[in-house]
Write a protein that binds this ligand. Structure first.
Ligand SMILES: Cc1cc2nc3c(=O)[nH]c(=O)nc-3n(C[C@H](O)[C@H](O)[C@H](O)COP(=O)(O)O)c2cc1C
Length: 184
């Protein structure tokens, strides 16, 4: 049973470092907290998450047989009223951490609890939008397949570890995104 008390915004970071993605996600969460929501950041790199083994049993069973930290992340996703997914752009795509997270969502892509759930995306790469757009699109395809509701997105160019903190415009966009995730 999923119990939702008030608003809860969950951020999921696919960066393996404490860099630009995390800085942007933290700004989104700060704003969501100011708007009255409970918040949580999950860094996929800190979790024990096995690769999807393609067993395909989840298509019928609607749960994953792998016993690892994804089980706790599923619960957090269902208990959240809104989610923000963040990925660095790696080779014009999401990071491997995010791709494996997406694959491990296979048991639930038709789950009623995901339908219409509010989600925002944050993508950052060292190059221009011409490169970053594919990362954004990969996240959007996942949300579309799961029938989740994309309520906003922020993308940014930054390469050095916490360079994005100097970009006030982008950090303000992240702040606005946080409000949007908490609004009705
Ligand atoms: C393996 C790898 C591949 C990358 N590929 C791209 C790329 O194709 N396009 C791009 O814009 N930036 C690329 N980058 C740069 C990162 O997206 C950039 O440094 C970003 O700020 C990293 O985010 P983070 O600080 O949250 O980890 C790549 C970085 C790494 C480590």
């Amino acid at each position: 049973m999923v119990v939702m008390v008030g608003k809860k915004v969950l951020a999921i970071s696919g960066s393996p470092r404490n860099g630009n993605t995390d800085a942007m996600l933290k700004r989104v969460l700060d704003s969501a907290r100011e708007s009255g929501a409970r918040i949580e950041l999950v860094k996929l790199c800190d979790k024990n998450i096995e690769f999807c083994d393609g067993c395909d049993r989840c298509c019928k069973a609607h749960h994953c047989h792998l016993v690892d930290d994804m089980q706790m992340i599923y619960k957090k996703i269902f208990e959240s009223t809104a989610i923000v997914l963040g990925s660095p752009n790696y080779f014009n795509n999401v990071s491997a951490l995010i791709k494996n997270f997406i694959d491990r969502m296979n048991p639930y892509y038709e789950d009623e609890r995901l339908k219409g759930k509010k989600v925002a995306t944050v993508c950052v790469g060292g190059q221009s939008y011409e490169s970053i757009k594919y990362c954004e699109q990969a996240l959007e395809q996942f949300l579309r397949i799961c029938s989740m509701k994309l309520v906003g997105k922020v993308w940014a160019t930054a390469d050095a570890r916490r360079e994005i903190l100097e970009n006030e415009k982008v950090m303000q966009q992240c702040f606005e995104l946080g409000k949007k995730l908490v609004e009705e």
